[in-house]
Design a protein around this ligand. Structure first.
Ligand code: ATP
Ligand code: MG
Length: 333
């Protein structure tokens, strides 16, 4: 699917216009548009019950490339007892370490295309399988309908279905401006933006003092391909999850030997889909935080201050190497 003509013109303009970083601000605090939860956000099918306290976060952070999936996942993992897995970060680590997956993925990512589904499934499940009874967020996976179905099948086998999909709804215009200002600290995945979240010293990571780099696929031309891939291949997942979230819950049949709470747990496991809209991660954060707090009241709070975007901690991000001691190396590694 092609980008709309107006966006193609915008991409073209970004190629030729080089403005100073601070002239490109898209996220000033004067932006009054407040993140709103769309009509998707009715809490249908989930009733308050004792089982709410036991509900497990198995969440997809869904959205366009550059929508802020990584930034918002990091804030959640900093605040709550949740782990996150970012497929983009995992792939970049594979590339850095020169693994087989990395060699296969490097050129594909550089072109702004998608890595094959079977490769991605192995990359993700090798990490996910270590998080069985933990709270987790997947950022960047699934990205195709087929990946979504493969993930569902995998989780179903383990009786750990998804409990929440959050769609970050950020306008294309905003994202196109944002990526050209984005710098990352490669080994941690920390993200900076020269307009609204600059590092303390230009070009240097706040925590390690190491140099920041540009992602090779964060240039307007490649980015427009990533956006096309989103519209063509990834966005159909939204209808897929909408139908799961809105499907009537089949009334669970309580067998005589079943405790009533088991029936409630069945109900609470129904997938919820929420959509949050905003121009910046700072605008979206309060709505997202509210969704998590209200849906998972039993979730442990780490008690840290998360309101400074620069305080993003990545200790809770599952990296390509983090679990290597506890997991047999994936066959593709
Ligand atoms: P952002 O990180 O800003 O949200 P993004 O979602 O496009 O943007 P990443 O998630 O970091 O970027 O992914 C970078 C690239 O890695 C993608 O463009 C794609 O080539 C590859 N990739 C990541 N996840 C997947 C996936 N689930 N399936 C296929 N390719 C993937
Ligand atoms: Mg990302």
């Amino acid at each position: 699917m092609k980008l709309p003509a107006s966006l193609q013109a915008r991409v073209q303009a970004l190629r030729v216009v080089s403005r100073p970083p601070h002239a490109r601000g898209i996220a000033s605090s004067s932006v009054s548009q407040r993140a709103v939860i769309s009509s998707l956000n009715s809490f249908s099918g989930v009733t308050a019950s004792e089982s709410d306290d036991e509900r497990v976060v198995r969440m997809l952070m869904f959205g366009k490339p550059g929508a802020g999936k990584g930034t918002l996942s990091a804030r959640l993992t900093k605040k709550y007892d949740i782990l996150s897995i970012s497929t983009g970060d995992l792939l970049r680590q594979h590339i850095n370490e020169g693994t087989e997956v990395g060699k296969q993925a490097e050129a594909i990512i550089a072109r702004g295309e998608l890595v094959p589904d079977d490769v991605m499934l192995k990359v993700v499940t090798s990490k996910l399988d270590c998080l069985q009874d933990k709270h987790w967020i997947l950022d960047g996976f699934p990205r195709t309908l087929n990946q979504g179905k493969l993930l569902d099948a995998h989780l179903r086998k383990q009786n750990t279905p998804l409990t929440l999909v959050v769609n970050l709804n950020v306008a294309d215009e905003v994202i196109l401006n944002r990526v050209s200002d984005r710098w990352i600290h490669m080994s941690s995945g920390r993200v900076y933006n020269t307009s609204y979240n600059p590092p303390r010293i230009a070009g240097i990571d706040d925590l390690t003092g190491e140099p920041l780099t540009k992602r090779p696929d964060d240039n307007p031309e490649i980015f427009s391909r990533r956006l096309e891939a989103y519209y063509g291949l990834t966005s159909p997942l939204l209808s897929y999850y909408t139908s799961q979230a809105t499907a009537p819950v089949s009334a669970p049949v309580a067998s005589p030997c079943q405790h009533p709470h088991q029936v409630l747990l069945h109900r609470a496991d129904k997938l919820a889909l929420r959509s949050v809209t905003g121009r910046t991660s700072d605008e979206i954060w309060p709505e997202l935080d509210y969704i998590i707090m209200s849906m998972f009241p039993g979730l442990r709070n780490r008690g840290d201050d998360v309101f400074s975007p620069k305080s993003q901690g990545f200790d809770n991000v599952v990296s390509a190497g983090t679990l290597s001691a506890t997991v047999p190396p994936p066959s593709l590694k």
